[in-house]
Design a protein around this ligand. Sequence first.
Ligand code: ZN
Length: 495
Amino acid sequence: MSPTNIIVIIIALIFFVLAFILIKTLLFARKSDSIFIPFKYGVPRFAQDPQVLAEHLSSVIKIQTISHEDAKEDVVENFVTMQALLAKTYPLTHKNLQKELVDGHTMIFTWEGKEPSLNPVVFMAHQDVVPADEYTLDQWTYPPFSGKIADGFIWGRGTMDIKCQMISVFESVEALLAAKFKPDRTIILTFSHNEEVLGTGAMAVVKHLKEKGVRVEAVIDEGGAVYDGIIPGVKGYVATIGISEKGYLSLKFTVQATGAHSSTPPKETAIGILSRAITRLENNRFPTDVRMVKPMFQGLGGAASPMMQMAFANLWLFGGIIAKILSAKGETDATIRTTTAPTLFHSGVKDNMLPSVAEAVVNFRILPGQSIADVCEYIRFVIKDKRVTFEPMDQKAWEASPLSPVDGNAYRHIASVIGEIWPGSAVAPYIMLGGTDSRNFCEISDCVYRFIPMVVNEEDLDRIHGVNERIGIDEFHQMADTLYRVMVRWSQKEL
Ligand SMILES: [Zn+2]
């Protein structure tokens, strides 16, 4: 073959590859009209006065429904008081829906649909909040349990996480009942009382429904939000809907050794052996899997930069570079791998005594697609030391959730309402790094979505579980309006 022919072949090959990359990029971005479903509501618009709405939220913020790891520390009266207040604020809901309590103070409300043969839909939130750190109390503009309405905001613990969603659900039902609305499907509301600690409330709800043979069509709980300027390289609002969440596994590692006097130590000690094992785990992180973030960039479509679109459309070529960029920062690294976090380390009682046991706890967050068994196998492979044993801590191990579909009507109705409330915003599915109560519902539903209809900017992220938690009065009204519309859409038999 002549040199000219070789050059021609190389140029043709380069063109072919470039054309392939270009076509994959053009086909990648999801067209927004393929996810939106036009809808005629047939009920009045959500018309609650924003000020009254704010007062309703404020009234429950004032009640300190803090949950504790040791449930005995919970102030039970506060949950009772808040539920009594809700009954007073939402009389139609309490008159027309059946209320049940499980696991103590977790509430279930059932609004019987016209067609009992249809699977119900579930709207969730939780009643409990985390405490306000006493060392930061002086940094709050208004005290954390004041429920102060000022400067255009409602302030206090639970305004963002997540009494706002609970109140929005109640407001939606109350308004729909006032409008004489009758859902085709049964609507179930559930609000647990210990999401921030044990999560047994939501487990009890699912057990209760399973015993009744209930299969759920779709679930919405807290999760992603409408992000303003948080996702790099993307302009405008991006609403992220959680379609799965990572698994959770806290393993207790133990090394037993013969205790001895520190004047005659053996070559290896319990502390040394365990430390090496933990170091090996840190040095050999779980492999990355960038496919997990692909649906999100696909959902972003034209909102993502052309470079981003090209890279994600061609993971076969750019997967390595993307993994490198994402793994550079803790927050993004956690989106593409099972993470390893040593959180507790105990050993020894006296400075001149060798301990007979060393213990550590490592918390793993498992990427969907991997199982607890896979994680344990990898750990054994990395540590390569039979003297180090490990076992899951009680109630501290659950698998990653399956991925809920993004092409079904339940997802598309949420996306459509987002398009109505925040026109022009991108809607993207994602895998949540943290956990929610809703994961328990994966046992009885294929469509579990995690979304808080609330605009959140970079600064707001620190307010959740932090100082000066607050929600704008108008933003809160939009949130209730969103859930109102989703409720009407989801309750139709055509879902
Ligand atoms: Zn929460």
